[in-house]
Ligand binder design. Structure first.
Ligand code: SF4
Length: 293
């Protein structure tokens, strides 16, 4: 991987990216797979593996650094918790069908397995996203294999887009950090999930697929956001109502659902986007699926 610097980021950030990439590489070398890798999109991993000289701009790493800084802060300031027996940012491994999988939960404190996330209010609006429930259950399986048996799991999320002025309104969170319990699956369910993730990756990595046979990412893996028809007040920035179709948006206007006068309302079409492909996938520049659609 070659890091470019098209936006002239300062050297201190470039150094941080380089150091952080080396750290990540060291973690990868401790086993065959990390939990993070197995939970990630198989096609992205496949493409990165097949294109070691791929160019990625430094600006794409900023979100990653921000998340890592949050974890570094917790690890650095947990001396007292460690002294009281908490296990902080410790990496564990399990041998699974011959493959060594390693994972690093944030904190195991007493009976609790706790993870800390940096996210948005919208992402947690309907509770814990499925991928985080998967991740914690993956960790739980590995910990159990190491003789550690957390009885409870949960996520503390820090909202990076939190607006204090909206606190307590419309189900908006009361504070910039919020706790969500996470369900612990039974052993067989955890086992079946891990097996499915391993098969998705091992099948791809071992195969000699040509371009035609390359696995395709699902809409879910590409973080597809459906197109919406937003009802807006003329000149306004916020949508008053999001509808799936233009007709639904018009019906909402006709149904007198807002005090804004009808002649002041417009319907704005926002096309669906693949958010992961557009902004977050490191393999997007060499991805046939993304570049041909
Ligand atoms: S660019 Fe999109 S389709 Fe291609 S590997 Fe990445 S997420 Fe998948």
């Amino acid at each position: 991987m070659k890091i470019t610097n098209k936006h002239n980021l300062p050297p201190v950030i470039l150094d941080w990216i380089e150091y952080s990439n080396k750290e990540r590489q060291t973690q990868l070398e401790q086993g065959d797979f990390t939990v993070t890798q197995l939970l990630a999109n198989p096609k992205e991993q496949y493409l990165l593996q097949r294109n070691p000289e791929i160019e990625i701009d430094a600006s794409r790493f900023i979100a990653l650094l921000s998340g890592e800084a949050w974890h570094t802060g917790i690890a650095k300031n947990s001396t007292d918790r460690r002294a009281n027996g908490a296990l902080v940012e410790k990496r564990y491994s399990v041998k699974y069908h011959g493959w060594k999988i390693t994972g690093q939960p944030d904190i195991i404190d007493g009976d609790y397995l706790m993870d800390y996330k940096e996210s948005t209010v919208g992402r947690f609006a309907k509770g814990v996203p499925q991928e985080y429930e998967n991740q914690l259950n993956f960790y739980h399986y590995i910990l159990t294999s190491n003789g550690i048996h957390p009885k409870f799991m949960g996520i503390w999320v820090k909202y990076k887009d939190y607006m204090p002025s909206r606190s307590g309104t419309n189900h908006y969170p009361d504070a910039q950090m919020e706790y969500f319990p996470v369900q612990i699956w039974d052993y067989d369910e955890q086992d079946a999930f891990i097996k499915s993730r391993l098969e998705a990756h091992v099948g791809n990595l071992n195969s000699q697929l040509d371009k035609m046979d390359m696995p395709q990412c699902t809409d879910e893996e590409r973080w597809y956001s459906n197109e919406i028809h937003a009802v807006m007040k003329k000149g306004g920035k916020r949508s008053l109502h999001n509808a799936a179709t233009h007709d639904d948006a018009q019906a909402w206007i006709d149904g007198d659902n807002t005090k804004v006068k009808k002649d002041q309302l417009v319907i704005e079409h926002r096309p669906g986007i693949y958010r992961k492909c557009e902004n977050y996938c490191f393999a997007s520049s060499v991805c046939d699926q993304y570049n041909n659609t």
